[in-house]
Design a protein. Sequence first.
Length: 457
Amino acid sequence: MISRLLGRMVSLLITLVILAGLGYLGWLAFQPKPNGGGGRGAGARPDLPVPVLAATPRVQDVPVYLDGVGSVKALNTVTVRSQVDGKLIKVNFVEGQDVKKDDVLGEIDPAIYQAQYDQAVATKAKDEALLANQKIDLVRYEQLAASNAGSKQQADTQRALVAQQEAVIKADQAQIDNARTTLGYTKIVAPISGRAGLRQVDQGNIIHASDTTGLVILTQLQPIAVWFSLPQQQIMRVNAAAAKGQLAVDVFGNDGVTVIDTGKLTGIDNQVDPTTGTLKLKAELPNASYQLWPGQFVNVRLKVETLPQAIVVPTSAVQRGPAGTFSYVIGADNVVTAKPVTVTQQNEHEAVIASGLTTSDRVVTTGFANLADGSKVIVGKDDGPPAADLAPRKRSRSPDGKTGSQSKDGKQDGQGKTGEHRGRREHSEGDQNGQAGPAPAPAAGGEQSGGAPKAQP
């Protein structure tokens, strides 16, 4: 009985020891670790300030743009055709050449049309000679009728013949004008100034006025037109802005950032496309450098108004939460406060604030990962982006056994880069041990404050 009782007591004691150990481990698991407990990769201490960058809101005039997608079209396009039939005996342009209005682009054999013109001139000369004779007879008959030596009927008949012959001469003149015009059509001239395309007919071929291909196609590139579309919801806004004055239109290049040409809005379509729900607009641009080409797709923005004296902050300063947009404002003692803001418009760089901020505030632009309302921050300086190497530097071992990196000028950088990394590591280990500053220097024996041996770099 005594041995059985002792066995139960031993079993109970072992059970209590196990339960106590498990309880202690659970208590340790739920205790907050001081700065990660000295382990690597632990989070930052909550009592340390969060490094951030800040900006001050500024006041400026902000243009308001409506973005759209459009295509470039020639302001005028003409298919140059012959107006008479004949043999093409000369081509006076080069493909891709800039031509001016009334330049002769081609010539048709004028022999037939020259003959028709000469015939009309000769016919008129014959009829004029006949008219001169009839006028002489009219004078004679009128004298005879006045002296009762001839009949008045004969004089009246001769007067009618003279009038008839004068009408014939007018018809002859019309025939001459028509022949002259037809003869002029043997020279094919440019109806507009523009750039010639590829030649459609070669020299020596017979061309007809009924040909649909024509001799060449001319396109006017300076100025040039851009057709683009905007959502139907912007109709009233565009019409209201157009009623106040001329609207500016910017066209972007292939990168979507650089404005390559600026022109003016010249037309608004009179109906909405029901298939897309968009409204077509037309702009005219000078295209001085020929950067726009017919058929090209471009990004377009239309300036509809300008917001005067608006408060502007970097877009990164505007954060979004469950209750809407807000910004972290740095207050007294570098403590941040989340303030709700109303954003009028924003792009990838700037945001226009309607309410919530003033020009005396400082807003946080970076470092939001460890930031919360009421956090203490330390504001750094934005001296520009760091200049990173294109590739990792070659690491080499110096004669004293220390590892360094080979810089671009061939010098060892072991004391610079390695010392910098070692200083950062010691700073991190010092923070993990509960120290606000860098860790104390290791002892001469090569051991850190924790007692573990430290390997030499």
